[in-house]
Design a protein around this ligand. Structure first.
Ligand SMILES: Nc1ncnc2c1ncn2[C@@H]1O[C@H](COP(=O)(O)OP(=O)(O)OP(=O)(O)O)[C@@H](O)[C@H]1O
Length: 325
């Protein structure tokens, strides 16, 4: 049985590593990844294309074998004891194979037979993903978004405690993305822990309570979304940007010079900036609070990571990693 403390982390990996060996040598897809997904809520698993998200998920589900490291689901070591916990996990990793000429209900009834649940569970799953009204239409007549919702409905047949969704909004238009987002938010609110992998940040930010950002198979940052976003930043204009920067940095603020203005990150209220500058004899012409978003954080982290990485080889202990931890 899983220990109580183990249950606090629904997913935990330690030193997880995956190398693929091909004709051109070895490629590190996942490098020493310590992933910790707490119970409850929606956890974003974010990274650019090719950063190792799918490979990590495939290892968690026993579909790929790690080169090194350990993994646990609900505190139970996997893949060794995966059969004990897999019944609590729903996953959409690749496009599931549904019969194109069957309706959504017929497709789910087929699956329900293999999972050992009845018609009532199928109807409930269809309602939860908002397909109740279209349940008799043939699968091949569905939009991409409806197909994705049916894939999620299929995972709900076994009432999972953990739902792993790999890029569920890939290829969807904005309306489809919003539908899936609302669905995921509803599942999170209903107590299912969701691991949501994506490279689209703006929409993920709206549903995730916590997130892990990876680049080149390596963790760049992890934590609650509000902590990842950090303090408020301000954009300001001042006659002598170099002197202003020096004064603000001397007061402990992080300052970046951007096309004629300064970007300042601080936990203090905006009038603190005004006071520091006035004390140095500098006066602002403009001060605007800028709401940080996950996309900016993500782009900053992954851009620095790309610069520090050597393609196709195991990235060393990057300074970026040290910085964000
Ligand atoms: N079976 C495989 N054989 C060789 N290399 C692989 C294999 N699967 C993945 N890779 C490589 O591992 C790296 C990580 O790929 P992965 O699919 O895990 O990334 P991802 O973050 O899920 O990307 P995407 O957002 O594009 O799906 C890539 O460089 C990819 O080419």
């Amino acid at each position: 049985m899983a220990s109580t403390s183990g249950e606090d982390l629904v997913i935990e990996t330690t030193g997880l590593r995956k190398e693929f060996t091909g004709r051109q040598g070895s490629r590190v897809a996942v490098a020493d990844l310590d992933l910790a997904v707490p119970r409850g809520g929606v956890h974003g698993f974010l990274g650019p294309n090719g950063s190792g998200k799918t490979t990590t998920i495939r290892m968690l589900l026993g579909l790929a074998r790690p080169t090194a490291g350990t993994m646990a689901l609900f505190g139970t070591p996997v893949p060794e004891r995966l059969p004990e916990v897999i019944g609590r996990v729903g996953a959409v990793v690749e496009s599931p194979k549904f019969s194109p000429t069957f309706s959504a209900r017929q497709n789910l009834l087929l699956l329900a037979g293999s999972v050992g649940v009845g018609r009532a569970v199928v109807d409930e799953a269809l309602d939860r993903v908002g397909l109740g009204e279209r349940a008799e239409d043939r699968y091949k007549s569905y939009s991409l978004g409806m197909k994705q919702r049916l894939a999620i409905a299929a995972t709900l047949l076994k009432t999972p405690d953990l739902l792993i969704l790999d890029e569920p909004t890939n290829g969807l238009d904005p309306a489809g993305i919003r539908e899936i987002r609302e669905l995921i938010r509803g599942l999170g609110d209903a107590g299912v822990t969701v691991l949501l992998s994506s490279h689209i940040l703006a929409e993920v930010q709206q549903v995730c309570t916590s997130a892990t950002i990876i680049g080149n198979g390596r963790m760049l940052a992890s934590g609650k979304v509000e902590d990842l976003l950090g303090g408020t930043s301000y954009r300001l204009r001042v006659g002598d940007p170099a002197a202003a920067r020096a004064a603000l940095e001397a007061a402990g603020m992080t300052v970046r010079h951007e096309a004629g203005s300064l970007d300042v990150v601080t936990d203090e209220p905006g009038d603190h900036i005004t006071r520091v500058l006035a004390a140095a004899g500098l006066y602002l012409s403009e001060l605007t609070p800028v709401r940080a978003d996950l996309e900016t954080i993500f782009l900053d982290l992954t851009a620095d990571d790309r610069m520090g990485a050597t393609p196709g080889t195991a990235p060393g202990a990057t300074t970026m990693l040290e910085e964000v931890r």
